[in-house]
Design a protein. Structure first.
Length: 189
């Protein structure tokens, strides 16, 4: 009798949570794919900075989650804005596009060569908006400092080294105020 039924990987799911199981499977695959995209972005960033494509895989934990870079899929509704010259500019979503935001740690590692733009998310009260955000961060005990290959007589070190776990505490203490959040980590000239 059971030979007439196909056993699938959803056998642990019952009718009441079948959609949740289906959702979980697809979200898990999505996270694996986006993590691969993120690691490729970091490899290309290392090449572009001249510190080598393996810098981030050698120096930072691969088990990551928040603040080095953020990868965002906006969905089909506009809601992300960046600030440029004191004005808000809305970023129009593309159906298969991703937005990559550079975080403070990448700014420090690049010794200021890469900048992190201010941005905000606004809600749309007339349309349902679903987004997907993926955050990459070093492990808490990772040392964040400018890459040694970027420091020389004409490009002095701009930031002190620190353990990553110090940064979020400072960020939230400063309430995310972009003009002061890096001050404790800057080297006075």
């Amino acid at each position: 009798m059971l030979s007439n039924y196909r056993v699938t990987r959803y056998t642990i799911c019952n009718y009441s949570n079948l959609y949740l199981c289906y959702f979980r499977e697809h979200v898990s695959k999505c996270f694996i794919d986006v993590k691969e995209v993120a690691l490729n972005i970091l490899k290309l960033t290392g090449e572009g900075l001249g510190i080598g494509s393996e810098y981030f895989s050698d120096e930072l934990s691969k088990e990551t989650d928040v603040f080095l870079i953020t990868i965002l899929h906006q969905g089909d509704v506009s809601g992300l804005q960046v600030f440029k010259d004191g004005e808000r500019i809305g970023l129009e979503p593309t159906s298969n596009g991703l937005v990559v935001n550079i975080g403070y740690q990448l700014r420090i590692i690049s010794n200021g060569k890469l900048k992190c733009d201010e941005h905000q998310v606004v809600t749309n009260s007339s349309t349902v908006w679903t987004t997907f955000g993926f955050f990459i961060t070093p492990s808490p005990d990772c040392c964040i400092e400018p890459a040694a290959a970027l420091i020389n007589a004409s490009n002095p070190r701009l930031y002190k080294g620190f353990r990553y776990e110090e940064f979020p505490a400072n960020y939230f203490r400063k309430q995310g105020k972009t003009e002061v959040v890096l001050e404790p980590f800057e080297i006075e000239c």
